[in-house]
Design a protein around this ligand. Structure first.
Ligand SMILES: [Zn+2]
Length: 340
């Protein structure tokens, strides 16, 4: 049979937890930095690799924000978005829900309408030229507080971004309690958006409970600490609330000490619907194919097992039923041939 790495590379995949600016590969960051020479971010891809070595979660946020600072006009946004889709297409990612933080751009002076137009242009071009379908999760950068929450909610609910499917909450969790964002999630949910906050990445299971009860999370970003609370694990399994697991990210941010200590297996054994994701792939020196290989090792999976994980992502996605059926059939057809 095909070796597992080759099988994973060719496997049609969906990704549900991956950030817009956090997907800027050294190639893309170098192009953006060259457009803005006053930035502290190196323009040389090799120096960039060193720049992306993080001491801890706070340092990661600091570096991340310096890359955010490179996205200054609608052309930067369009370039970034389309080039991310190109990197995805190369990995056979057929569908991605990309977490976008409009507030980071509007506070830098990019008009909200121009921002939405830029990502929508890139989305349409990516779908027709690269075959990768993008949808958006607009997320509140938690560290920016309620002003950012208000602005994000307004852009999500009022500007009619055609690719928008969900509403999120990112940034640091420590010192940023989830319940304060309830009114904003209520408005987004009333406007027809799905709730997908980050929770339990760097804090305990009580944050995940808050995300479920206060923010009505339909999926949970990370949920790493869920395994510390058996009642929570059982609840997630029973309600079929998926976790967006990002193994390498958890190591890079020191949320989990080592891959061998990652709770992925425990989640699966508890019957939780897990999906495998890359979070901020170039910043963590990874990509979705690598994350599937990591998951295969942690869970002792063969090709059929990896294909089942890929189908979890389809099931947990906000694709319409026809889109889900089509992508699941693509995975099955590929596995029938390449997975023997
Ligand atoms: Zn994330």
């Amino acid at each position: 049979m095909t070796d597992l790495t080759t099988f994973i590379a060719g496997l049609p995949k969906a990704e549900l937890h991956v950030h817009h600016v956090g997907s800027a590969s050294p190639r893309i960051v170098a192009a953006l930095a060259a457009r803005h020479p006053d930035s502290a971010v190196p323009t040389d891809p090799e120096a960039l690799a060193d720049y992306f070595v993080f001491r801890d979660f706070a340092h990661f946020i600091e570096v991340y924000l310096s890359v955010v600072d490179l996205v200054r006009d609608a052309d930067d946004v369009r370039l970034l978005t389309y080039e991310i889709a190109r990197d995805m297409a190369r990995q056979n990612i057929r569908y991605a829900e990309l977490t976008v933080t409009p507030y980071s751009s509007t506070r830098r002076g990019i008009p909200d309408v121009a921002f939405v137009e830029a990502i929508e242009d890139a989305r349409k071009a990516a779908e027709s030229e690269l075959g990768t379908v993008l949808r958006w999760c607009f997320d509140i950068p938690g560290e920016a507080g309620l002003e950012a929450a208000e602005e994000t909610t307004r852009i999500a609910c009022d500007l009619g971004a055609a690719g928008l499917v969900s509403f999120g909450l990112g940034g640091p969790e420590i010192g940023v309690p989830r319940p304060q964002f309830k009114p904003y999630f209520d408005r987004a949910i009333a406007a027809g958006l799905h709730s997908v906050p980050h929770a339990g990445e760097t804090t305990g299971p009580e944050t995940i409970w808050d995300a479920l009860t206060e923010l009505r999370a339909e999926r949970v970003g990370h949920g790493t600490s869920a395994t510390r609370d058996p009642r929570l694990l059982a609840h997630l399994a029973e309600r079929r609330i998926p976790l967006e697991v990002c193994p390498t990210s958890n190591i890079a941010t020191r949320a989990v000490a080592t891959l061998d200590e990652h709770p992925l297996r425990e989640m699966v054994e508890a019957g939780v619907l897990v999906t495998i994701n890359s979070d901020d792939p170039p910043m963590f020196g990874t990509d979705l194919n690598t994350e599937y290989a990591v998951a295969a090792r942690l869970l002792d999976l063969d090709a059929a097992g990896v294909a089942a994980l890929a189908k979890n992502a389809v099931e947990a996605s906000f694709l319409d039923p026809e889109g889900k059926a089509r992508l699941a059939a693509e995975i099955d057809a590929y596995t029938a041939v390449a997975g023997r």
